[in-house]
Design a protein around this ligand. Structure first.
Ligand code: IPM
Ligand code: MG
Length: 365
């Protein structure tokens, strides 16, 4: 039986429009092959929304997302809005949508594909075979605590950002991470700074308590500085990493670079249930926006995650992923993946190759 899914698409700023266009064409290819259809509603977020609607997150956008089965997002931000006050920054739109949709679990897989080993800045023997998942808490912690700016009694310009976590917020993300580890290699590293931060001591206590419900998963704890070091020293030791919002922001960029290019990494931000928002980990790359050279693969792989986690279309998700790997195995590269400029493909060409490969895989099944 074929189904109709409602997808909210928020291209955002910079290269967002170009890469999302290729991802939408991949959805169209899925329709051709399966008959499942995708009803797409477009919304604005970030800088383009500031320009058009006077706010980085228009209410209409939130509504489109709430009415959808899943959300596909490009990227937000750019130099044009960098000096705006906080409430008129593109990033505020991104944080707002995470909060408005309750997207507390951010999954950022970092998988080293064999044909990209040379693209990593680390030695091949260190990175080949890396396959890890960072599970980042996304709606709490210092990102969302109260912020203050004032002049203190000595006349000093002073700023405060409150880092606050409640037990239930920690518990639900730790549970998500255990559930994911259970489906992978059953090893979970909980990352904190429990030697200094009270919030981390709470985090560790909750992780231990929840761990008792998952005797089949090995739970260990690492301090965030040590984890940052281990990620570049011996990344293959990791299966699933779970951590609070800001540590996860930093460690997920580090993990992404192990795999050669941040241009390859997809992510899912999940709410309770199956609803989720899917976006590439890389940003809006304003320096290359509009040139047609951005790598669309992270966004295309985000579509695969969407099919798997929100729409229950595992087979189609696998077909998209296999198509991406096959295109890379055949030696095709966008500029971020090769030093040889003469070989670099454009965004549209790369998208086209992936769709052709999907078709081949579909026919040969
Ligand atoms: C990310 C980004 C965002 C974050 C920024 C753009 C607000 O770096 O998704 O990792 O810090 O969460
Ligand atoms: Mg980040």
């Amino acid at each position: 039986m074929t189904k109709t899914f409602k997808i909210a698409v928020l291209p955002g700023d910079g290269i967002g429009t170009e890469i999302v266009a290729e991802a939408v064409k991949v959805l169209e290819a899925v329709t051709e092959q399966t008959g499942h259809s995708f009803e797409i509603s477009y919304g604005r977020i970030g800088g383009c929304a500031i320009d058009e609607d006077g706010t980085p997150l228009p209410e209409a956008t939130v509504q489109i997302c709430k009415d959808a089965d899943a959300v596909l997002l490009g990227a937000v931000g750019g130099p044009k809005w960098d000096n705006n006050p906080g409430h008129l920054r593109p990033e505020t739109g991104l944080l707002g949508i995470r909060k408005a949709l309750g997207l507390f679990a951010n999954l950022r897989p970092a998988t080293m594909h064999k044909s990209l080993v040379e693209a990593s800045s680390l030695k091949p023997e260190v990175v080949s075979g890396v396959d890890l998942m960072v599970v980042r808490e996304l709606t709490g912690g210092i990102y969302f605590g109260e912020k203050k700016r004032y002049t203190d009694e000595n006349g000093q310009d002073t700023a405060e950002d409150l880092l606050i976590y409640r037990e239930d917020e920690v518990e639900r993300i730790i549970r998500s991470a255990f559930d994911i580890a259970r489906k992978r290699n059953k090893r979970l590293v909980s990352v904190d700074k429990a030697n200094v931060l009270e919030s981390s001591r709470l985090w560790r206590k909750v992780a231990e308590r929840v761990g008792a419900d998952y005797p089949d998963v090995e739970l260990t704890h690492q301090l965030v500085d040590s984890c940052a070091m281990q990620l570049v020293r011996a990344p293959k030791q990791f299966d699933v990493i779970v951590t609070e919002n800001m540590f996860g922001d930093i460690l997920s960029d580090e993990a992404a670079m192990l795999t050669g290019s941040i241009g390859m990494l997809s992510s899912a931000s999940l709410a309770e249930g199956s609803f989720g928002l899917y976006e590439p980990v890389h940003g809006s790359a304003p320096d290359i926006a509009g040139k047609g050279i951005a790598n669309p693969l992270a966004t295309i792989l985000s579509v695969a995650m969407m099919l798997r986690y929100s729409l229950n279309l595992d087979e189609e998700a696998g077909r998209i992923e296999n198509a991406v790997w096959a295109v890379l195995d055949a030696g095709h590269r966008t500029g971020d993946l090769t030093d040889d400029r003469s070989k670099a493909l454009g965004t549209v060409e790369m998208g086209q190759l992936v769709r052709e490969e999907m078709k081949k895989q579909f026919v040969s099944k």
